[in-house]
Design a protein around this ligand. Structure first.
Ligand SMILES: Cc1cc2nc3c(=O)[nH]c(=O)nc-3n(C[C@H](O)[C@H](O)[C@H](O)COP(=O)(O)O)c2cc1C
Length: 436
């Protein structure tokens, strides 16, 4: 019996998804309705994925060409609905899969976040997770009345304190606090509910949480810190880490590093599952898959402007102001550092146009092209080399068709090989993550 691994889905929070691309139905008319996101969640639950992560940011892009035009015209990460509403709907449309909305620490006061997550955990019967991000855009910060975001590492220092507050609040109801004893007229045992009286450098909160306890104690924490400071944060708090590194060697090194960091902080490294980004290209035959790969490459060249605009949005760098045909030179960011480092590594002395011809702004850990069975075999081999813990699907074009290829094509092939689960063993999200 091979070792089983976990699967998740990284779902770009945009409501219009791959608007303008083939196989997207009437998304341009239907984007306000939750039907597509519900259909996706149900398909992923059918395939027994651990979770669906809903990516988010809270601003309209304007880094490319110092304008919002390209983002609005092309529905690039806009419009996007509030993830707390989308997550609520998904908890009611599914029964076993974990639902992981993204909330940025700069945007949500800790008490509000702790109460929101506890409520979501309650209404989902213990299936909620939180993608804990610090935020990476000064434009987003300005939407909330700040001049800009603090510097990169300071954001993580603040997030450390933030975690102390929310963990304190989730712990403000001891297990067994709700006694529901009608005979003696006691619903909650007051001795088991406590204030936290947190006074930090950046945050203060009194507590207790008035929502009552979360069924999982605290929600599953997902994190994607790629920088050394980000990894330290992730290793300390995350139940699952979503990783953007390329190649089996880098994957193994990344996972080993995170496990060592978790251990150094007194944690059992097996309690933290590292999932690596992939975007498989599947065909009925190897030839068909290769043909689709060529289509994707042609698409990447055709869409260079919008792809750069997307990359501008996450790095805050105006690629629209650069000449496509000269080497890219020195670049720095206060946004997604890891993505930019990978980009610079790939670019070397090449021009922007040459680099973008084979660069995907969402890094794929391994290239997967072939029939479902061949790709399943490759995923098994890579995981064996890396040591665990699984993959996070992230497709450039989400449609019911592309999701079905994974959920109803690839995953059954993985299951046949005994590589992923065929049924959920537990009712709660964290228990399923810890199953193997
Ligand atoms: C798979 C994945 C998902 C992410 N989702 C979000 C998100 O939804 N919102 C966000 O602001 N940042 C998101 N990020 C960015 C991370 O929070 C983080 O800023 C990034 O990985 C860079 O890490 P660093 O800041 O430690 O360099 C994501 C990153 C990855 C790899």
């Amino acid at each position: 019996m091979p070792n089983r691994f976990h699967l998740g889905w990284f779902f770009q929070g945009s409501s219009a998804q791959a608007w303008g691309e083939p196989w997207t139905g009437a998304i341009g008319r239907d984007w306000m309705a939750p039907d597509l996101v519900v259909d996706v969640a149900r398909a992923l639950e059918r395939a027994c994925l651990d979770y669906m992560l809903i990516e988010d940011s809270s601003y309209v892009g304007e880094s490319y060409g110092a304008s919002r035009d390209i983002y609005l015209r092309n529905a690039l990460a806009v419009p996007r609905q509030d993830p707390s509403v989308v997550a609520t709907i998904l908890t009611q449309a599914t029964s076993r899969i974990g639902i992981v909305p993204t909330f940025a620490t700069f945007a949500y006061p800790p008490y509000l976040l702790a109460r929101l997550m506890a409520t979501l955990d309650q209404v989902s019967n213990g299936r909620i997770g939180w993608n804990a991000v610090t935020g990476s855009s000064d434009i987003a910060a300005r939407n909330f009345g700040f001049d800009g975001l603090p510097e990169h590492d300071t954001r993580y220092d603040m997030a450390d304190e933030y975690m102390s507050v929310v963990n304190g609040l989730w712990g403000s109801w001891e297990p067994g606090a709700i006694v529901n004893d009608e005979a003696n007229g006691v619903f909650v045992d007051p001795a088991k509910v406590h204030s936290i009286d947190f006074e930090g450098q950046h945050y203060r909160s009194r507590g207790p949480l008035n929502s009552g306890p979360a069924p999982q104690g605290r929600p599953v924490i997902a994190q994607a810190g790629g920088s050394p400071r980000g990894r330290q944060f992730a290793a300390r708090y995350a139940d699952t880490i979503v990783a953007a590194v390329r190649g089996p060697e880098a994957m193994k090194a990344y996972r080993d590093d995170l496990r060592a960091r978790a251990k150094a902080q007194g944690r059992n490294p097996d309690d933290c599952k590292v999932l690596f980004l992939v975007a498989p290209i599947l065909g009925e035959t190897e030839e068909e898959a290769q043909l689709k790969k060529r289509y994707r490459a042609e698409w990447a060249v055709r869409k260079i402007d919008t792809r750069l605009a997307f990359f501008s949005k996450i790095t805050n760098i105006d690629f629209g102001a650069m000449d496509l045909d000269t080497p890219i030179g020195e670049l720095t960011t206060n946004g997604h550092q890891q993505s930019l480092d990978e980009f610079k590594r790939r670019a070397g002395n090449r021009t922007l146009r040459q680099t973008m011809s084979d660069f995907e702004s969402t890094v794929q850990s391994v290239e997967l092209v072939g029939t479902p069975d061949a790709v399943a075999a490759q995923m098994g081999e890579v995981m064996q080399h890396v040591g665990g813990d699984g993959f996070l699907f992230s497709l450039p074009n989400v449609s019911r068709r592309s999701v079905a290829e994974i959920a109803d094509g690839l995953v059954p092939a993985l299951q046949k090989r005994g590589l992923t689960r065929t049924a959920y063993a537990h009712a709660q999200f964290r228990d399923n993550l810890l199953e193997f």
